[in-house]
Design a binder for this molecule. Sequence first.
Ligand SMILES: *[C@@H]1O[C@H](CO)[C@@H](O)[C@H](O)[C@H]1NC(C)=O
Ligand SMILES: *[C@@H]1O[C@H](CO)[C@@H](O)[C@H](O)[C@H]1NC(C)=O
Length: 686
Amino acid sequence: MKIDKVSKWKGLLWILFFVQLLIAGDCRGKIDAPAGGKPNAQPTANPNGGVRVNATAKQVVLDNGIVQVTLQVPEGYVTAIRYGGLENILDITNRVSDRGYIFLFMYFIIRVFFFKLYWDIASATTGDNDGSDEIRLAGTSFKIIKQTEDQAEISFLCPKTSSLPLQIDYRYILLRGRSGFYSYAIFGRDKGMAPMDVDQIRTVYKLHTEKFRYMAVSDKLQREMPMMRDRETGQPLAYKEAVHLTNPTNPKIKGQVDDKYQYACEDKDNKLHGWVCTDPSVGIWVITPSDEFRMGGPHKQDLTSHVGPNMLSMFHSTHYTGTELVMKFANGEPWKKVFGPYLVHLNSGKGDPRALWQEAKNQLQEELKSWPYEFPVSEDFPKANQRGSVVGKLLVKDGSKPPVPANLGWVGLAQPGEAGSWQREMKGYQFWVQTDGEGKFTIPNVHVGKYNLYAWAPGFIGDYKSTSVIDIAPGKQINLGDQVYTPPRSGETLWEIGFPDRSAAEFFVPDPSPDLANPVLNDQENKYRQYGLWDRYSEIYPKEDLTYTIGVSNHTKDWFYAQVLRKTGDTYQPTVWQVVFPLKDVVPNGNYTLQIALAAANQAELQVRVNNPDSKVLFSTLLIGKDNAIARHGIHGLYRLYSVGIPGNLLKSGQNTIFFRQSRNNEKFRGVMYDYVRLEGPASPK
Ligand SMILES: *[C@@H]1O[C@H](CO)[C@@H](O)[C@H](O)[C@H]1NC(C)=O
Ligand SMILES: *[C@@H]1O[C@H](CO)[C@@H](O)[C@H](O)[C@H]1NC(C)=O
């Protein structure tokens, strides 16, 4: 009896102790709380695993017992995310020497991270800028949209102002049992609104700087990252984003280059990236199951995560495309678009960052299966039964050959326009899939509306566009049957350089200077992401520009991945590349065709001359491109195709030379990347 009484008292003391711990824990979570904001003294976790919303005048806390998210009211900044698991409790307790905490609260609040979130819209002034005129969105009203045991959804409204003719409603969703939270944003403009240009829209999560040191953006691209202070003590290189780490905290990474653009990827692949903390073993990830809301099609490239530690969800940008993708709104132009939803996923493990990456990949598969989500409350986000689909088969009929099925071709629905216009389209939604080996495709979950079907296929030049506009209706599948693409071709192939796939990856990509490398990019597949490759051109071709001899040269070794400028002292000179080729039996009055497919262009002008480098220009692209893909280690930017007629009387039987001159040189990153070049014989008489 006596013993029982004592243990009862002990129990009560323990409970008081835990309550006190909880309160202390909550105060730690309020690091970013506004001045005067009351700490949330109530434990919000619901013991039965349901979702709780605890809102005060200054903040709102979403909690499902797994993760707790604190947002500032009415601005909607995420000020704290708490998350943990059993292993985390042990780690924490070891550090704070707090045993009681361990045993009783192992499924409750056990870990505190500090996050800062902001949305920014940078207006377009210089094109590919990074946030001059940055506007941080701050809501002016807060509303609980839905509050049940299974789901909480909250909204922050950002009404239009004189400087921001947009209204934004951004949402956060917490589901029961989900280790993470969802977010999406509804951007809109009414008829009366002033004109505006939007350059970038993105969400930024800034993570705990000491804790999150390991970053993963793909199976291969993951590493222990430099710290922000390593960048600050380093040497900025040719532009501010690239920094030579001359004095890093970790001496092992001394001499490496850090640049966030090395971790960019195509939007079609921008589905999962994030950071890992090893003590305790916790990962945080941005999972984006669909890029229907992004712009410029599946090959548009964008940022992922980078040193800060920062984690982005890019909604709109001009990265790797340039000003052509600035969203321009005319006076009074109405618009509405839902960005997201994406998931901020949290996981924990046993210390191996790759295991957390793997688990996050599994979660991505789960998200893909449940796309389109049924749970977002806004009617602006259409649910599965409000969407339609198309099926069909893509074939390519190249020249006189019979049609062949497109093998892994890309097929998409985007706003009606010209063939290829999807690359520069950014106000609507786009829906892209890859065909199978037989050219068959299904495009599911398409928003209701009018589209063209667009396509391209590896191995063939140019862009396909359906002849008719496709009208997507809810719950209906449209069978488009055979879609036959006839790529540009005027005659038989006389020679070709490269493989038509809109990328320069198959050409020669040099090794980086050893003192400017990032070791994670050393493999053949990622080498093009290394810093400073543009300057290697002048080292490899110190005296004369590249000459490529048909039948002798090999494009994997002898065609530099970009036609950059030649560095001579401190100046950059135009370069002239030559393609030397034999011809037999020239048809003097025939019309030969040079197909030039460019993978990228940055303030460049490509001029073509035949057999005389000093002759009048036969063809010029004139000034094109601002995609900055050379400086930003993209292996492509926007795709461009030119069909250049060469009158037979410029050619001769025997050896011929075509001169490709990139003539613009007043800035070091001017140049082009080729995708593919082909000379065709004269058009066969009809
Ligand atoms: C070109 O070089 C690559 C890589 O060295 C090689 O695999 C390929 O067979 C070569 N092509 C020709 C036509 O010699
Ligand atoms: C020659 O071919 C090019 C490209 O196919 C075409 O644009 C041009 O009109 C042709 N010129 C003549 C004279 O047929």
